[in-house]
Design a protein around this ligand. Structure first.
Ligand SMILES: *Cc1c(COP(=O)(O)O)cnc(C)c1O
Length: 519
């Protein structure tokens, strides 16, 4: 342990002595923190001394040296390259996170996004100089409306959750405009929903009424009707849902919601399963966000930059946020100020240009037939997973075909002393990023596997053989393999609870700095 409470050496594995002098394991280099290796007097760049200037900071001027650790240029390169190699990424292996849709990011998209005309534009440039960029945003907007059958689309939201917020704010504005703001303040959310749904609902002042999922993993129209009332503003329903199932009664649910004077918000994070097969507008949807990083292969990044455009029905189109692109006589322009009912802005500018370019590149390079095939292949892959593991692992709704992801629970591990978490950790030793665990909450010890359309059959087969091997070992009672996992990762099990409850956020100089210098 160092004085930050971090283990400084990877733990031992196997019977052979693997402890090395450096702590490195082969070419997997132990990398200390920048503050641990950097020196205040070192810098990778030489700056001229600043000319003397009048200090206008007054009492806010810094009194003490800033103390930032510096590295030389080669040291900087090594530090960040070594850190980057510790990342697991879709470019390094299969990434079966259910609901997250970690599909390959085609290099064509990257090439397009790097074209200077797209990469180097600034949001405050005169519109006459960015006509092509505006045309691209407009073309992507049109494509999203065509695929969904919806009347309008708000491009600015920067993530799925941000899109939810935008769509629900539009619904709230529409309800207020109808004079029902005081009475309609409840949103129905099925208990299988992604956590962002109730969070969005609560953030804008609605209260959540939970709708139980049925024994078959879907929401019934009957359950929705029972929860509807004059106080209901909307339902937020995910389709395909988080159990990987198509909501069979979705049209009946939409009709019941509309008959009660409420709106139908569809969480479209899993649109990738139905693109080219079903149009949300035909299902009665009023608003739906589309995660470009899931359905249209843009990179997920470390929490961003993302893009979550929201498509809106005719009833909600007037409540879209600004700005949006319009075309007049072959010229493109921004509408910065909308009608009286405008929602305002979701962010400073117009959204994530780089993601728009990548998503449109994906759409145009696939064409409508290719997009439909991508949906079909994603569903085929997920069903291959479901069927191949069905004799070993328990699938709560496994008796019917799934959509883009296959859901298993932990009842097959009952009495084995091995949990879903242990199984996931053992996958890391095998070189696989674990699947989504313990979500959705409606099944016990959930394991949600989403292979996506971009894995080859050979890749899926190796993954499935690995899971089968692990499952057989679990059934044979090889408990240690699981409880002690991961053994081969740079770190073993971290105390996540302690990290969350008492995070060490401030670096302090090591107490035994001298001990590190060569003897
Ligand atoms: C991913 C996801 C979201 C949130 O999207 P972000 O882009 O991560 O904010 C919401 N709902 C479901 C079902 C999702 O899978």
């Amino acid at each position: 342990m160092n004085n930050q409470g971090r283990p400084t050496r990877p733990a031992e594995s196997g019977a052979v002595e693997t402890r090395t002098f450096t702590g490195n394991r082969g070419l997997d280099i132990e990398e200390p923190l920048l503050f641990e290796i950097g020196r205040v007097e070192t810098t990778g760049v030489d700056f001229d001394l600043a000319p003397s200037h009048a200090d206008r900071l007054g009492p806010h001027a810094r009194r003490d040296p800033i103390g930032l650790a510096g590295l030389t240029e080669p040291e900087t390169m090594r530090h960040y390259v070594r850190l980057s190699r510790k990342n697991y990424a879709i470019d390094s292996g299969l990434y079966p996170l259910g609901s997250c849709t970690m599909k390959h990011n085609p290099r064509l998209n990257e090439k397009m996004a790097r074209l200077p005309g797209f990469a180097d534009v600034h949001p405050l440039q005169p519109v006459s100089t960015v006509q092509g960029a505006l045309a691209l945003i407009q073309q992507l907007a049109q494509a999203l409306m065509t695929m969904t059958g919806m009347s309008a689309v708000a491009m600015p939201p920067k993530a799925g959750a941000h899109g939810e917020l935008c769509g629900m704010m539009a619904i709230k504005a529409a309800i207020a405009a109808a004079g029902e703001g005081a009475t309609r303040n409840v949103v129905l959310v099925p208990d299988s929903a992604h956590g962002t749904n109730p969070a969005t609902t609560a953030l804008i002042g609605f209260s959540v009424r939970s709708v139980p999922a049925g024994a078959d993993g879907t929401v019934s129209a009957e359950a929705v009707r029972a929860a509807l009332g004059p106080d209901v503003a909307a339902i937020m329903l995910t389709n395909p849902n988080t159990c990987g199932l198509f909501e069979r009664e979705i049209v009946e649910i939409a009709e019941a919601v509309h008959a009660a004077g409420a709106y139908f918000y569809c969480d479209g994070a899993n649109f990738n399963a139905i693109v080219g097969k079903t149009r949300p507008a035909d299902l009665g949807v009023d608003a739906m966000h589309i995660n470009l990083h899931k359905t249209f292969s843009t990179p997920h990044g470390g929490g961003g930059p993302g893009a979550g455009p929201v498509v809106l029905s005719q009833r909600l189109a007037a409540f879209a946020p600004v700005p949006y692109v319009i075309e007049r006589d072959g010229r493109f322009d921004w509408v910065e100020q909308a009608q009286a009912q405008e929602l305002g802005r979701m962010c400073a500018f117009h959204g994530q240009m780089g993601m728009f370019v990548r998503a449109l590149a994906f759409i145009l390079s696939h064409g409508s037939d290719g997009l439909r095939q991508a949906s079909e292949d994603a569903v085929l892959s997920a069903n291959y997973v479901r069927v191949t593991l069905s004799d070993l692992m328990s699938a709560p709704f496994g008796d019917r075909p799934c959509m883009h992801e296959a859901l298993f629970d932990d009842s097959w591990l009952k009495d084995s002393a091995i949990t879903t978490l242990d199984f996931a950790k053992a996958m890391i030793d095998e070189g696989y990023h674990p699947m989504t665990m313990y979500f959705p909450l409606v099944v016990h010890g959930a394991m949600l596997i989403e292979p996506t359309e971009s894995e080859s059959k050979a890749s899926l087969d190796l993954f499935l053989m690995t899971l089968r091997d692990l499952a057989l070992r679990a059934k044979r009672g090889e408990v240690e393999r699981f409880l002690g996992a991961p053994r081969l990762a740079p770190r073993r099990r971290l105390d996540e609870t302690r990290a969350a409850r008492s995070p060490v956020l401030r670096w302090t100089a090591p107490k035994f700095a001298q001990a590190q210098s060569p003897v």
